[in-house]
Design a protein around this ligand. Structure first.
Ligand SMILES: Nc1ncnc2c1ncn2[C@@H]1O[C@H](COP(=O)(O)OP(=O)(O)OP(=O)(O)O)[C@@H](O)[C@H]1O
Length: 443
């Protein structure tokens, strides 16, 4: 008989032994482990699709939450004591991560059915996944919000219409655009990212559309623009709201006619490009304020996608932090083993105005600065030496902290705006807004 493979995690060895021989599991080849650490190892080496969590209420909830977020591709079934569901944390875990749960006394027939269904769903899901998500576009996270985003990306990738990605600065808009491209029929073509906010206004047109020799002083030879460079692939227009009005008209013409004119030329060139645009400002508001063309807005916004802010998916924060810890492991002292639990707690509680980019910056800085074996909240710049002084509310302390962070960032970057923005993990536009908000003048 063909055995389906099942990973059973049970802290209690007696319970584990009882279940390993249970009637409901007779069609399964069961491997039992007693710790989440061993379970992670088993999942890395053997591709289990279904897992059974016996007595999950006994485990440390935060650890289990992180484990299940990380292993979201498996379908998990929980066997619980009825009293376990009295705990709100436990109910949350069950709701967030489990395919099904059974309470004692477990009916073996029902459990057998549930396992069979879970296996069926997991197999279907696996077949529907693109063979392997390339590491460069892999979106880390197991929260419901990021899972929803992954599904939307997979759907949008199958179409060829323009996509508009909205999300706060540093939340992962470019990564989402890269993932769409990588899963689309254009995956073998180029992905060309353009930061519309970073192009000098005088050069935007020739950068985007190219130019011919002699079109302007310094145009010594014909040069294709970024739109042509994206031919057969995807053009990613980041911070599209920053495009000046005259360039918005040119872009609209290109989207309508699928042809371009290089600067200084009257010959039209047909270009096959899919456009993905992104912005962290509310484009609809920009339209109402007359800053962005309405017709272009509708052309770009055919398939809208929202990347959730990091604070809306706190469950992903420890997972992402550990991912970046591994990514930048070459920068760390050999004795540094990871995050302390106080650091994980601080990461979970932080507001993340700079989103994932801020998390990367804080993690990298902590990895260089940490003196102990584990990263502390202080290494992450998240410790507050003392509570807010008497009479000062949280709002005010936050504003003060924000001002101090901006000042420090500017100082480190020698007052260079682009460098300071990178350092602080925000876009240049956001930094300008912060300077304005705090009345900081940069010399
Ligand atoms: N879910 C994720 N998993 C792994 N890495 C991520 C994730 N989300 C974002 N990142 C990383 O965070 C960084 C910032 O992401 P990205 O550049 O896509 O953000 P953005 O929203 O386009 O930023 P901006 O608005 O400043 O252009 C990148 O290094 C990206 O690879």
């Amino acid at each position: 008989m063909h055995h389906k493979e099942l990973l059973c995690i049970a802290a209690d060895r007696n319970l584990a032994a009882a279940y390993a021989h249970a009637h409901a599991l007779r069609e399964w080849k069961v491997r039992t482990v007693h710790t989440l650490h061993d379970a992670s190892r088993a999942l890395r080496t053997d591709g289990y699709l279904v897992g059974l969590l016996v007595g999950l209420d006994e485990a440390e909830h935060a650890e289990l939450d992180s484990f299940l977020s990380q292993n979201w591709k498996q379908q998990w079934i929980g066997l619980l004591r009825p009293a376990a569901l009295d705990s709100a944390r436990c109910r949350q875990l069950v709701g967030d991560h489990l395919y099904a749960f059974h309470t004692d006394p477990v009916d073996p027939v029902n459990l057998g059915y549930a396992l069979g269904h879970a296996f069926g769903v997991a197999t279907l899901r696996e077949a529907a996944q693109p063979a392997a998500e390339p590491a460069a576009t892999a979106m880390i996270g197991g929260s419901a919000a990021i899972r929803r985003l992954r599904t939307q990306i997979a759907r949008v990738a199958q179409a060829d219409a323009p996509v508009f990605v909205w999300g706060e600065s540093g939340s992962g808009k470019e990564l989402a655009a890269r993932a769409i491209h990588a899963q689309s029929q254009r995956a073998d073509g180029p992905f060309v990212p353009v930061n519309c906010g970073a192009l000098a206004p005088a050069l935007i047109q020739s950068e985007l559309f190219g130019h011919v020799r002699g079109a302007f002083t310094g145009a010594a030879s014909d040069k294709p623009g970024l739109i042509e460079a994206a031919g057969g692939g995807t053009l990613f227009l980041d911070e599209v709201a920053e495009l000046p009005k005259d360039q918005q008209a040119n872009l609209l013409r290109f989207l309508q006619e699928k042809t371009i004119y290089r600067v200084g030329s009257t010959r039209s060139i047909a270009v096959d490009v899919r456009v993905i645009a992104a912005s962290h400002v509310d484009l609809q508001r920009a339209v109402q304020q007359g800053l962005f063309r309405e017709d272009l807005y509708y052309r770009l916004n055919v398939l809208p996608l929202t990347v959730p802010a990091l604070r809306e998916r706190c469950a992903d924060v420890p997972l992402l932090a550990e991912h970046f810890f591994r990514t930048y492991a070459a920068d760390k002292p050999p004795g540094l083993k990871g995050f302390s639990s106080a650091a994980i707690q601080a990461l979970r509680q932080h507001d993340w105005p700079g989103n994932v980019r801020e998390l990367i910056n804080r993690t990298r800085r902590a990895m260089v600065l940490a003196e102990g074996r584990r990263i502390t909240p202080g290494d992450l710049g998240l410790a507050h030496a003392s509570g807010p002084p008497g009479g000062v509310g949280l709002g005010e302390s936050r504003i003060e902290a924000e001002r101090a962070a901006v000042m420090a960032g500017l100082e480190r970057a020698g007052n260079n705006i682009s460098r300071a923005a990178r350092e602080l993990g925000v876009s240049r536009m956001t930094l300008y807004r912060l300077l304005d908000k705090h009345g900081i003048h940069v010399k």
